[in-house]
Design a binder for this molecule. Sequence first.
Ligand code: NAP
Length: 307
Amino acid sequence: MVNWTTKDIPDQSGRLALVTGATGGLGLETALDLAGAGAEVVLVGRNAAKGADALDLIRGRHRDAVVSFEQADLADLSSVAALAERLRASGRPIDILINNAGVMALPKRQTTVDGFEMQFGVNYLSHFALTARLLPLLTAGEARVVQLSSMAHRGGRIRLDDLNYETGYRPWPVYQQSKLAMLMFAIELDRRSRAKGWGLTSVAAHPGFARTDLIANGPSSAGGLLTGLAHSPLGRLFSHSAADGALPTLMAATLREVRPGGYYGPQGRGEMKGPPGVAKIEPQALDPDVAARLWTESERLTGVAFA
Ligand SMILES: NC(=O)c1ccc[n+]([C@@H]2O[C@H](COP(=O)([O-])OP(=O)(O)OC[C@H]3O[C@@H](n4cnc5c(N)ncnc54)[C@H](OP(=O)(O)O)[C@@H]3O)[C@@H](O)[C@H]2O)c1
């Protein structure tokens, strides 16, 4: 589809969407546009004040928006479990789940409350656990589940013998692994959904290079060369706005003729920016053996099974 925009989002009235990391950046833009298309949107974030600001912003843009905020820290699996429990208690089927929250290339190795390496834990394991815990609500209808991956998956490798980088921590390979894991999770969830008749559609998306707080919160949190890069004249040449960066996610979440197990991203040179469409998947993301082993290990680490 050429130059797909938010105007192409089909009417989402009556649908319930959940977006993690919706207090800023791409998640907020995604929530904003889903609400604008009529969906009821639950914004998930760790910071209640930012959550309140995000709700105000969405209601300011779309007067009739039905939006709410759920607090959850994805660096804490008990917080993820509590979120899922609240949603399950409501009994309301979820039509769209967007696993978007993330941190990038933290200069020093940090760990989650459960002792996982922070990027692997927040970007991937928490979303694996959340999706598993929400499975009854996702299989009740014809849900769409979207995992946020990245161009960074290209150089990624799944380190099955040391997923949490107990040894040899390096910020970028660790980020690359987390984003490759998200893409493999999307593809494996599609395989399993079809095999087990779960009836959900699993896809992945990436924004290219979008101007958000990701660099400031990650590689530049200790200062350094990348500070201000995205907003510099050179950076602007290779990047696009958060609103444009959210389009592949919105396409993956709402396109009627979406490819199950598909991957969506910008169509410009190197998939850095441009209108959304089908993105290129690197061969290592398509390895079903590694995907199955990653799945088993993720169930073991999180203590949550897809059942
Ligand atoms: N921007 C890009 O060019 C780019 C490229 C490729 C992939 N991505 C992916 O896109 C996704 C969104 O990133 P972004 O660019 O929008 O970055 P961002 O502006 O930094 O937003 C990240 C969001 O994730 C939330 N988050 C981080 N840690 C969390 C935790 N422990 N618990 C709950 N929420 C948490 C943040 O909450 P706070 O507001 O509380 O910090 C924020 O809402 C990420 O998965 C990222 O890997 C981005």
